[in-house]
Design a protein around this ligand. Structure first.
Ligand code: GRG
Length: 293
């Protein structure tokens, strides 16, 4: 398959759907809708929604049915980036190749734009068509748990608390499992749910998302020290200066690369029962391992 073409097609579908789901920039109060759209349509890779759609395909589902979940996950991801960049968190000026939300709109509006994207995600998810096995309660619950205080927020809290402190491998893994992998796991599970997947398929996709999420974060840590800010579209080298807990800092660059390869193999293995239907998920896993931004 031509992955480049596949990514471009899916990115286009996701941009269109997000544009449809979000309030217009001119809707009152215009400032907040402009700020939400500023960060949402800033050229992110759309990894989480693409994984959601590819998981739906692997389970024999339709793209249209998975789009609300896919867009909800992208809204939550964007909210987390806006808040992460705030002066009270990572204090970043540059994200997705442009000045961060708070740099353009001010801290107050950036906090509110993040809040509004988080709540909009649930409004979008509520428009999902339930399937025979999965009702709206399960779909909304899946998103709420992944974005909540035991997953995404837990990872962020552990990350903040680890700054400048020595960290163990298991402490580092805890941060990455919650801050990064939980959102990837939920993305593939939601895609599968939209396709009325079996419990076994959901389980396999959870294992895939967990391994891929960790691999993705290890690569992200490596890129932070090996790439330029221009290439990444965000401030490179920040982890080192902020004394962040990262894989290269904990185990070195070479070992980190081997760990990313091992985790990617684990992700591939989790898909064995899907056969050819998981072709896109396999290609995405390889692509994430080889990426340079
Ligand atoms: C503030 C609740 C809250 C959480 C913040 C997502 C996050 C947690 C922090 C952002 C910084 C970071 C390194 C997060 C780890 C996950 C990650 C690598 C996010 C970047 O995802 P990409 O590369 O970004 O998919 P794009 O811009 O392409 O969507």
């Amino acid at each position: 398959m031509d992955l480049k073409q596949y990514l471009a097609r899916r990115q286009k579908q996701i941009e269109r759907a997000l544009d449809r789901f979000l309030p217009r920039a001119s809707a009152k109060p215009a400032t907040i809708h402009k700020a939400m759209r500023y960060s949402l349509f800033a050229g992110g890779k759309r990894l989480r929604p693409i994984l959601c759609l590819a998981a739906a395909e692997a389970c024999g589902g339709e793209i249209e049915a998975a789009l609300p979940s896919a867009c909800a996950m992208e809204c939550i991801h964007t909210y987390s980036l806006i808040h992460d960049d705030l002066p009270s968190m990572d204090n970043d000026d540059f994200r997705r190749g442009r000045p961060t939300c708070h740099k353009v709109f001010g801290d107050g509006i950036a906090v509110l734009a993040g809040d509004a994207l988080l709540t909009t995600a649930f409004e979008i998810a509520a428009s999902t068509q339930p399937t025979r096995r999965y009702d709206l309660k399960q779909i909304i619950g899946e998103i709420a748990v992944a974005a909540g205080s035991r997953k995404l927020i837990a990872g962020q809290v552990a990350d903040l608390e680890a700054e400048g402190q020595p960290i163990t491998r298991s402490g580092l893994r805890y941060i990455h499992e919650n801050k990064t992998a939980a959102m990837l796991i939920a993305s593939v599970r939601l895609g599968a749910m939209s396709a009325n997947a079996t419990a076994k398929q959901l389980e396999a996709l959870s294992a895939f998302g967990a391994a891929l999420g960790l691999a993705f974060q290890v690569i992200d840590d490596i890129l932070d020290v090996t790439q330029t800010s221009e290439k990444l579209g965000k401030s490179a080298g920040k982890d080192l200066t902020a004394q962040k807990a990262t894989y290269p800092a904990a185990i070195g660059l070479e070992k980190s690369r081997r760990e990313a390869q091992r985790l990617t193999r684990e992700a591939h293995d989790a898909l064995s029962a899907f056969g050819g239907k998981a072709e896109r998920l396999h290609a995405l896993a390889n692509h994430l391992l080889d990426r340079d931004y």
